[in-house]
Design a protein around this ligand. Structure first.
Ligand code: ADP
Ligand code: ZN
Ligand code: ZN
Length: 774
């Protein structure tokens, strides 16, 4: 037999499977979707079997080991990898690997370089079943890579186990065995105990074995799922849906196979209740569901709602989990132990086999697009999988992306609306003109009105959320004498000032230096940082309201694992009056005691060189204002801006999505932007700017020659980030009305350059439907 294997190797220039002979002992075991170890040149690589056929061929190398007992990837996911490859122009291996949990894709070569696996070693065989000398070789190899060799053994070594001790007969323990008697006493109260608890009384493993051999207790080994939410109790509360919620659930239930529905519901309208109910019905039918949420909305509050409703039958996948925890969740899905998968972007690849519903919450979020290979968008993958499983997709948002709303207007998606808050009003939004504050001599980041409002809430023991719109806003350093900024020597960007350690850092390549005391260009001492960080704002707040209890959430305070959750928990428990933070606090939070929201520098994102800057600003202001007044207390929002008349600020503060959409669509049409055109961004990077430019020009010429119908080309031009990590960058923009005609052409042009790229003459990246322009 011959196995067709896609290998994980950056050196490959052609995207195709490589053939290997299947050794006879593997013939009955091998299946497409399994991970294998294969020899590749002088190395040993991780590969994924995408097909198996009968026959032999001269000179084929045998594959070395099967790394799975059963396929890691289903037939559906194997098919899907081809779709992802064709629509994002990545290698198939890259798409295949994106579907696996990190624990299963450690590079084989790195882990056991230069060593040879003994003959006959394969997945599913327990270590004890090998001859002694083989065992020691395996163990020596396994030591080097905790994870990778483990599948050769019976189970992952990342799996933690414990013993469960159950009382059978207390009378069998002799009275003089004091420790054992003590254990028995405990077991009489708690008839099933974990070893990890029982041993704490000082019982030894030998004493436990003694008790077992006397048949006084039964000992069983159990696998511990490192489920961080294991303690949440399942409670099936039946909420009474209001009329529009019930209508939405019905529409989802009655949807046609593969249909996409856009659920446009204002903040607090009860979209999550609709999800819970619709998923509940799917689960009752014996099917499964995926709910995708943006990483930052994957808060403990959100997870709790699902855990309470579906108990153990929910798997949660997010980046705060350790590799082992993620792998545990993934295996629960594989073993059909869950009905519902809740997770961030990559959870869209969950290996479920009978999907009845897929939901993307906050569908407008750009984090659904992966910014590295494979550059897929979870929405597109969801729609593909829904067609495969003949089930509906629901896209939910208070501020739908223009792309999705336009499709709903054309009838491509079915439109569902929740236009009112559940049991309440939308909070009034006050626009504050910061130019007037400046004229009054107020140079702080806070308007007088906002200070007064914050004071008032603190007095009433209510809570405030203050958001600093900081994207596109950095603290950089500039000399006031010569005007020179301090930039990274490897990248064409300003260095960012970090108060912690008094240092300057490049956020693109990691370069850092201590804050200089004088200007490197003119030696002037008048060198100083500009811009505003959350730390400075905290100081301003405390200067004015010294008794305020503030929780600051930004990259500095949330970098430790779990700190995000802890801070939110403290705020929820009322340990602070004010939650102050960057974009990460804008969404998903549902704190009933928050009655005031302040947005500082609401317009900071408007000036970004990106046609979506307006859309993002609208979304941000709407979402954050939506955090106010979600409980029984009425709320309000203050939006501070230097552009009070800008249509984005005006429509957002009136909660008027339709007017924003109408206005924005005109601009998109005039600018030939999405959703009128599909955009592809092609970036060339090389050590010499001339090479980058020349390659961009050659690509452009080849593209023009290919005559793709209804397509346009802009460029070459230097990229906004014209130098990154010592490479100079040029870009081409390609716009089309017919992506299906464009992508194969781009794939051919890309393939023609594979050799040069593998020789590192330059780098080429193709980003289909880009969200980041740099
Ligand atoms: P969204 O996801 O649209 O922002 P949520 O689903 O979080 O809205 O609902 C906002 C609040 O209203 C939540 O506290 C939720 O429990 C409550 N809620 C929404 N619909 C109902 C309902 N039908 N019955 C009881 N409470 C509801
Ligand atoms: Zn200077
Ligand atoms: Zn840099």
């Amino acid at each position: 037999m011959i196995a067709h294997v896609h290998v994980d190797a950056p050196v490959i220039t052609i995207d195709r499977p490589f053939d290997y002979e299947v050794p006879p002992q593997f013939e009955t075991l091998i299946e497409p979707g399994m991970r294998v170890s294969v020899p590749f040149g002088s190395r040993r690589l991780l590969g994924i079997v995408t097909g198996v056929s009968e026959g032999t061929r001269e000179g084929l190398k045998p594959l070395e080991a099967l790394l799975d007992e059963e396929s890691s990837l289903t037939d559906e996911l194997l098919d899907l990898s081809t779709h992802v490859k064709e629509t994002t122009l990545c290698f198939r291996s890259s798409a295949l690997l994106a579907m696996l949990p990190a624990a299963l894709k450690v590079s084989y070569d790195k882990e056991i370089k230069g060593e040879t696996l003994p003959d006959g070693v394969r997945a599913g065989t327990h270590l004890s079943e090998y001859p002694k000398e083989t065992q020691s070789i395996i163990l020596a190899l396994a030591k080097k890579g905790d994870i990778l060799l483990a599948p050769v053994l019976k189970e992952k070594r990342t799996v933690k186990t414990d013993l469960v001790i159950e009382l059978i007969d207390a009378t069998l323990i002799p009275a003089r065995a004091k420790k054992q008697q003590e254990a028995i006493k405990l077991l009489k109260d708690v008839p099933r105990m974990y070893w990890s608890s029982l041993r704490q009384i000082g019982l030894s493993r030998a004493q436990l074995q003694k008790m077992e051999s006397l048949r006084a207790v039964k000992v069983t080994e159990v696998e511990l799922n490192r489920d961080p939410y294991a303690t949440i109790e399942q409670v099936i509360e039946t909420v009474e849906l209001n009329e529009s919620q019930a209508k939405a659930v019905h529409a989802i239930r009655d949807a046609e196979a593969g249909e996409t529905l856009l659920l446009h519901g204002v903040t607090g309208s009860g979209k999550t209740e609709v999800y819970l109910e619709a998923i509940g019905q799917v689960v009752d039918d014996g099917k499964q569901a995926i709910l995708l949420v943006p990483e930052i909305s994957l808060t403990p509050m959100m997870v709790k709602r699902f855990k309470r409703r579906f108990g153990d039958r929910v798997a949660v996948l997010h980046s705060a989990l350790s590799q082992g925890e993620k792998y545990d969740e993934w295996r629960k899905i594989k073993r059909r132990e869950v009905d519902v998968v809740v997770g961030a972007r990559s959870a869209i690849f969950a290996p479920l086999e009978n999907i009845g519903l897929i939901i993307l919450d906050e569908e407008h979020e750009t984090t659904y697009k992966q910014e590295e290979n494979p550059r897929y968008h979870a929405r597109d993958v969801a729609i593909w999988r829904a067609e495969y499983h003949e089930c509906p997709v629901v896209l939910g948002s208070a501020t739908p992306s223009l792309e999705s709303y336009a499709r709903a207007q054309k009838g491509v998606y079915r439109y569902l609306q929740l236009s009112e808050r559940y049991g309440g009003e939308m909070p009034p939004v006050h626009i504050i003109d910061m130019r007037r504050e400046l004229a009054k001599g107020n140079t702080t980041m806070f308007s007088e009105d906002l200070f007064v409002a914050i004071n008032d809430r603190i007095a009433k023991k209510e809570q405030c959320v203050i958001l600093l719109n900081r994207r596109g806003f950095t603290t950089f350093v500039m000399c006031r004498d010569c005007g020179e900024g301090l930039t990274c020597p490897h990248c064409a960007v300003n260095l960012t000032y970090h108060q912690h350690g008094d240092r300057l850092k490049c956020h693109y390549c990691g370069y850092e230096i201590g804050m200089p005391s004088k200007c490197p260009t003119c030696d002037s001492k008048k060198i100083k940082q500009f811009g505003t960080g959350t730390q400075k704002i905290e100081t301003e707040l405390l200067n004015r309201i010294p008794e305020a209890r503030i929780i600051r959430m930004d990259q500095d305070t949330t970098s430790r694992k779990g700190s995000h959750e802890q801070l939110l928990k403290r705020f929820e428990d009322g340990e602070a009056d004010i939650l102050l933070g960057t974009q990460m606090i804008a969404k998903g939070l549902d704190f009933p005691n928050v009655t005031l929201v302040g947005v500082l520098a609401a317009d900071a994102t408007l000036g970004m060189p990106d046609f979506r800057a307006t859309e993002r600003t609208f979304q941000l202001v709407t979402q954050v204002a939506g955090r106010a007044g979600r409980g029984s207390l009425p709320g309000e929002a203050y939006v501070q801006t230097y552009n009070p008349d800008h249509y984005v600020i005006e429509t957002a503060s009136e909660h008027d999505y339709e007017s924003f959409y109408a206005r924005e669509m005109q601009l998109r049409q005039v600018g030939n932007h999405p959703p009128y055109w599909y955009v592809t961004l092609v970036t060339f990077a090389a050590e010499s700017p001339l090479v980058a430019q020349a390659e961009a020009e050659l690509f452009a010429a080849d593209f023009v020659e290919a005559h793709v119908a209804q397509s346009r080309l802009n460029g070459p031009m230097p990229a906004p980030l014209s130098k990154l990590k010592n490479l100079f960058r040029y870009q081409l923009f390609i716009k089309t009305k017919h992506p299906e005609a464009l992508y194969p052409v781009l794939a051919t042009l890309q393939q023609a350059r594979a050799k040069a790229i593998s020789k590192k003459e330059y780098q080429l990246s193709i980003d289909v439907n880009p969200y980041v322009f740099m």
